[in-house]
Design a binder for this molecule. Structure first.
Ligand code: SAM
Length: 300
């Protein structure tokens, strides 16, 4: 069992700290991949989980979970990640196929395998920003599988609490061209000032026709749900104390900030998409997902 009781603890890779959350999402995607009513297929996900000592014993099939869908972590929470992946896959594909943007920036990319999975139009470049240790692990696993990306893939190892703009520019990002951005499962780990910087920066680097999707948690007090089945089972089963990893400062109003800069935004609960797809998590009592929102923004 890994221990992540300290928010950062200096861990740069997937073996602990916030990086291990990327393995948790990968395990969820592996489980989702092999459901009979799957929302998304990610054949790479299980390889990441099995390659890391921190997660090698975790389930990668629902059949390996004794209480299956009743398990708050590998049942409901994993389905949440499956739904999120599917909805944001659809957002990215819609954005590049209906617009002119050909550069995609995955902020806090973790073990996202979209560069390898999705049907990108020709000329697309996928920039993957995460911390160096996470990307090094990811590259090693993908190299071992001889995986071939379906677009130009550019890993950008940098910490999003620092000034990451120079690293993205050095990696070839073109500020004169439209872009599509994604911050999936990321912002609540960042200090408020880093989130504000990120939103301001995306605005500054985005020309007309650009798009951004991100996830936020609107809970006034995260600790209200500390005894929820989702948080307690995640701590008990895999030793990830999400509440100790989340930043506890009051969150900025990032959707409002983008609106004031001329972006058109729409804000959805995950449950909106559960209903649309006919599967996924539904609201429950003492629900750690109650404050989660998925925000979609377009720069007209
Ligand atoms: N977006 C991916 C997905 O949904 O599969 C990964 C989500 S994972 C829950 C959070 C990711 O954010 C991790 O890969 C972590 O390393 C990254 N992250 C958190 N804080 C970061 C920071 N300060 N700089 C760069 N990456 C960060």
């Amino acid at each position: 069992m890994v221990s992540t009781t300290h928010r950062d603890a200096g861990v740069e890779g997937v073996e602990g700290g916030v990086g291990v959350t990327a393995l948790m999402v990968a395990a969820a995607r592996a489980i989702e991949t092999y459901r009979h009513d799957t929302l998304v297929r990610d054949i790479y996900a299980e390889h990441f989980v099995l390659a890391a000592p921190a997660s090698a014993g975790w389930p990668v099939r629902l059949q390996q979970v004794p209480d299956r869908d009743a398990n708050p972590l590998w049942g409901r929470f994993a389905r949440y990640f499956g739904l999120r992946t599917r909805v944001l896959d659809d957002f990215l594909l819609r954005s590049v196929h209906t617009g002119n943007a050909r550069q995609v920036v995955l902020l806090g990319a973790g073990l996202d395998s979209r560069a390898f999975r999705l049907d990108w139009p020709s000329g697309c470049v996928i920039f993957e920003i995460d911390r160096e240790g996470v990307l090094a692990f990811k590259n090693k696993v993908l190299d071992g599988l001889s995986a071939t990306p379906r677009a130009a893939r550019v890993p950008v190892p940098v910490d999003l609490r620092a000034d990451w703009v120079a690293a993205l520019a050095d990696a070839g990002f073109d500020t004169a061209a439209p872009s599509v951005w994604l911050a999936e499962g990321l912002l609540f780990y960042l200090p408020a000032i880093a989130e504000e910087f990120l939103i301001d920066t995306v605005d500054r680097l985005s020309t007309e026709g650009s798009a951004l999707a991100f996830e936020v948690k609107l809970d006034k007090d995260l600790m209200e749900y500390r005894d929820s089945p989702l948080y307690t089972s995640t701590t008990q089963q895999i030793g990830i104390d999400l509440l100790s990893l989340f930043d506890r400062e009051p969150r900025p109003d990032s959707a409002g900030a983008l609106e004031s800069k001329g972006w058109a935004t729409s804000v959805h609960t995950p449950f909106d998409f559960t209903r649309r797809h006919g599967r996924g998590p539904l609201p429950e009592d003492n629900d750690a997902l109650a404050g989660n929102r998925w925000v979609f923004a377009n720069r007209p």
